[in-house]
Design a protein around this ligand. Structure first.
Ligand code: PPS
Length: 298
């Protein structure tokens, strides 16, 4: 890490690929990412950014390690579960390099929309866990992430960022398309589609769903240990889960911590009434007929 040059860390430009803005570094390596060779026993955790990825990563890692927190402390979360389309900053290995160096069975992370997922994941029928979060809390979390992560573009004001998010010109594109396309994909592939709000409300039930999907039987004591270890307060204080092991010129937690609030309904601190009604209307319009509904408070 010491060999990293802080001055080389700058906001990364977004470049469109098949209609989706992705980081330029990712687009530069696109052929390698697209040709990634998934294996049948790979497990993929997929989300729109800031929907609860890290939370699900820690839950899965705990399930896979019998609820043993020491085994999960073996490395930071971004090393335990490679982020397949991640490229840079140098000299960090790319997500593909990390995944290729990892013995099977592998658990991997992505934010890619359905149509940009490397085809081998479909061909190999890999299990996928998708976590969706309501648009209002998702955009608030994304806004603060843009402030603290030095590779992200400056978000501008809250009002400006909300419009950028609604227009889908943020990294990974339209939230509306992302959540719906993955929702449709679950009818054709082994995808467990979960909601951030449900995990928050009933972690026991949702963690059991994940364990069941992975074919793991969890004794009650282990289940309770996983619930305790993966609750927000625990993860906020856990350096192998909270991203504080990255240098502060990459992520500046003094601007906004990665583990920021971890609640449902923080959007109320950011949205005006008019903004809230506008996003409600857009959600109603764009998600109509999808069968998808989101809770914005518990
Ligand atoms: S990333 O960068 O896309 O991988 O970020 P991601 O992990 O998807 O999202 C970060 C938000 O998830 C919250 N978080 C949690 N909430 C509840 N419980 C737990 N254990 C938990 N862990 C992470 C994190 O605080 C971010 O949400 P906000 O609303 O910003 O607090």
């Amino acid at each position: 890490m010491e060999s990293l040059d802080p001055s080389s860390v700058k906001p990364v430009k977004l470049v469109n690929i098949e209609g989706i803005p992705l980081f330029e570094d990712t687009v530069d390596q696109w052929q390698t990412i697209w040709n990634f060779k998934a294996k049948p026993n790979d497990l993929l955790i997929c989300t729109y950014p800031k929907a609860g990825t890290t939370w699900m990563q820690e839950i899965v890692d705990m399930i896979q390690h019998g609820g043993d927190p020491e085994k999960c402390a073996r490395a930071p979360i971004y090393e335990r579960i490679p982020f397949i389309e991640m490229c840079g900053p140098k000299p960090f290995p790319t997500g593909v390099e990390e995944a290729e160096a990892m013995p099977s069975p592998r658990t991997l992370k992505t934010h890619l929309p359905v149509h940009l997922l490397p085809p081998s994941f479909w061909e190999q029928k890999c299990k996928i866990i998708y976590v969706a979060r309501n648009a209002k809390d998702n955009v608030v979390s994304y806004f603060h992430f843009h402030r603290m992560d030095k590779t992200m573009q400056e978000p501008g004001s809250w009002d400006e960022f909300l419009e950028t998010f609604i227009s889908g010109t943020v990294a990974y594109g339209s939230w509306f398309d992302h959540v719906q396309d993955w929702w449709k994909a679950k009818d054709l592939h082994p995808i467990l589609y979960l909601f951030y709000e449900d995990i928050k409300e009933n972690p026991v039930q949702e963690i059991q769903k994940v364990a069941h999907f992975l074919g793991v039987e969890l004794p009650e004591s282990v289940l309770n240990q996983i619930v305790e270890h993966t609750k927000f307060e625990s993860m906020k204080g856990n350096p192998t889960a909270n991203y504080t092991t990255l240098p502060n010129w990459l992520m500046d937690h003094t601007i906004s911590p990665f583990m920021r609030k971890g609640i449902v309904g923080d959007w109320k601190e950011h949205f005006t009434v008019a903004q809230s009604e506008r996003l409600d209307d857009i959600c109603a319009l764009l998600l109509r007929d999808s069968g998808l509904t989101f809770r914005t408070q518990l």
